[in-house]
Design a protein around this ligand. Structure first.
Ligand code: SF4
Ligand code: SF4
Ligand code: SF4
Length: 591
């Protein structure tokens, strides 16, 4: 232990502790802007670039950044001297001197860490007014929006993209005043190797990185009397959107969400968890076929487009292992424009499907070539949880004071298995509930596969199905995915089934979810919220969902039938990004 004093208070801390962490132990909160630590995700951004956390250290001439300075025996630290406070303020004033003052119009207004800090510091005049840098805004991908004019060079995004996700899509580019964080050579995001996991958005303190918005497109569709506008809601949205209205973290607001969507004027409100159940029927069939033939193992799940993009760039040789199932979003869209359209006698071209997703990769996915059925796009617009919260506020929906309503049929019924898709481990657990019963012919009494639940980025288990022990893994986060896939490639590891999600913790932590400060704790609570919904559902296995049974009986035939393949599967995953970008039908919109 090392003995130091902070603002005259003695404190003993372990060797290697930073001044910032030592101060926290005695409840002295030193402000930080560029610094960010997410322990469970192995994320640490400690570049000390903003200098907002500087402190005085006795015997040291220059002020020290608290986030990156380790303590030493006898250190005497002052965190609130006149010199410290005026230096912090000046550093912040210099940061904003090169920042556009457009808070009223900014997508991140009220959620911006820079805005909040300026307010907390009581800065209300612009002391340093001079030349500002001007950069093009990049919305080329239709998913990730870059506004380098709002970048404060904190490098949080780089750390996330390069070290946690190991994608390597972002780097500092340029010199001096014109330096920005961008894809290599300042190329448009659409031409880069970005996989649209959206994790950089979640850590960016300003609106330099956000999602491309589709709110205006959605309103326009809703006000078009010639269109039937159908909305689907992903599982992770229902345990997160309440946060935007001050409701407890992880609270299930499914019924209120449905009521709110009906109030906005959607003609039919469907549940993506229905698509999740459908995924399990189709993917379950693939799993059983591959286990029985011992071929193309491990089977890798395909419902996360961020992960699929990563696979296509970094491990294209393992493409053959991926399930050919479309994601639940795309399945729900495809069934809406075929089965539902036929049932209701509506021309599928007159249906607009809007998805509410926790994710920006889903925006990209919806526009991809191949994500269509009989020549019609499965999904037209994707809005995030944050965007829907804004639409609710604009459309006078207050989730605190609205009565529950039910989803519409026939795509509104789901099992608990479909609901847990929203958290890491849920897809595999849902698949096991069905695969077990289909393979053994026996009823699965305890549906809770607790061995694969939890927060670790890599989880493994051996599950007995009949006479067979199958080895499964659940991975979330792309750095973790890389580690496991490299072991599979080298023959060091073997599995039968692997669930992979690009976002650490799964979709509950998607790049389109409400911003969260205590992020890791919040992810846990959102996942718990999903398990609680599952626990109280009457139907907890996808194959027991009566709406799914009816769909097969009256429309699709057998699981894996030719018709099911035409509508619900995608073949030949794209590797050539440039080709994907050229062919994609991105709907770029100004928000
Ligand atoms: S969306 Fe993901 S892959 Fe793309 S730049 Fe951000 S962190 Fe990197
Ligand atoms: S884009 Fe955002 S996270 Fe990245 S360096 Fe700029 S301000 Fe920081
Ligand atoms: S884990 Fe979920 S939210 Fe994250 S990229 Fe994948 S599908 Fe989107």
């Amino acid at each position: 232990m090392i003995n130091i004093s902070i603002d005259g208070k003695p404190v003993s801390v372990q060797e290697g502790t930073t001044i910032l962490d030592a101060a926290k132990q005695i409840h002295i909160d030193i402000p930080t802007l560029c610094y960010l630590k997410l322990e469970k995700m192995n994320y640490l951004n400690q570049v000390a670039s903003c200098r907002v956390c500087v402190v005085e250290v006795e015997g040291r001439r220059n002020l020290a950044p608290a986030c990156a300075t380790p303590v030493h025996e006898g250190m005497k630290i002052i965190t609130n001297s006149r010199r410290v406070l005026s230096s912090r303020r000046k550093n912040l004033e210099l940061i904003i001197s090169n920042h556009p003052f457009e808070c009223l119009l900014c997508a991140k207004s009220t959620d911006c860490e820079l805005q909040r800090m300026v307010w907390e510091f009581g800065i209300n005049t612009q002391r340093f007014d001079g030349e500002r840098s001007h950069h093009e805004i990049d919305k080329s991908s239709g998913a990730l929006k870059r506004d380098p004019n709002k970048c404060i060079m904190c490098r949080r995004c780089e750390t996330m993209c390069n070290e946690v996700q190991t994608v390597g899509a972002l780097t500092a580019f340029g010199r001096g005043f014109s330096t920005v964080v961008s894809p290599a050579e300042s190329m448009p995001v659409a031409n880069s190797n970005c996989v649209y996991c959206g994790q950089c958005i979640s850590v960016c303190p300003t609106a330099a990185l956000t999602g491309v918005g589709y709110i205006h497109e959605t309103w326009r569709a809703l006000f078009d009397p010639k269109k039937t506008v159908v909305v689907q809601v992903a599982p992770a949205v229902r345990v997160a959107i309440g946060e935007e209205f001050g409701l407890p973290v992880g609270q299930d607001v499914t019924g209120r969400l449905v009521a709110g969507l009906r109030h906005l004027g959607f003609n039919a409100i469907f549940d993506t968890t229905f698509g999740a159940d459908l995924t399990i029927i189709e993917e379950g069939k693939e799993i059983i076929e591959r286990l029985e033939s011992n071929q193309k193992l491990p089977i890798l799940t395909s419902c996360c487009p961020g992960w699929i993009n990563f696979l296509n760039y970094h491990f294209p040789n393992l493409n053959y292992m991926v399930s050919s199932c479309k994601s639940p979003q795309q399945m729900t869209g495809a069934i809406t424009k075929t089965y539902y359209a036929e049932k209701m006698g509506i021309n599928p071209e007159d249906i607009i499907v809007v998805s509410v997703m926790p994710c920006i990769a889903k925006k990209y996915e919806a526009a991809l070539p191949g994500e269509e059925t009989y020549g019609i796009r499965d999904v037209d617009y994707v809005i995030t949880t944050r965007e829907l919260a804004k639409m609710f506020k604009e459309g006078s929906v207050d989730l605190r004071h609205i009565q529950d309503e039910d989803f519409d049929n026939p795509l509104g019924k789901s099992s608990g298995a479909g609901v847990i898709f929203g958290g890491s481990g849920g897809v595999l657990e849902a698949a096991l509930r069905t695969v077990y019963e289909k393979m053994t012919g026996n009823e699965l009494k305890d549906v809770n596969f607790t061995a694969i639940r939890g927060m670790n980025g890599i989880r493994e288990a051996e599950i007995k199905i009949g006479e067979r022990e199958i080895k499964v893994a659940v991975i979330s986060g792309l750095g973790n995915t890389r580690k496991v896939l490299e072991k599979i490639e080298s023959g060091e590891a073997y599995y039968d089934i692997i669930e992979i999600m690009a976002c650490p913790g799964g979709c509950v932590n998607g790049g389109g979810q409400p911003y969260a400060e205590e992020r890791e704790e919040i992810i846990k609570m959102r996942i718990q919220g999903l398990y609680e919904i599952d626990r109280t559902k009457q139907v907890r296995k996808s194959h027991n969902n009566p709406a799914i049974q009816e769909l097969y009986q009256s429309f699709l035939g057998e699981a894996g039938s030719q018709k099911a393949h035409e509508i619900l599967h995608i073949h030949g995953l794209m590797v050539d990004k440039k080709k994907v970008v050229e062919e994609a039908d991105f709907k770029i919109f100004n928000v």
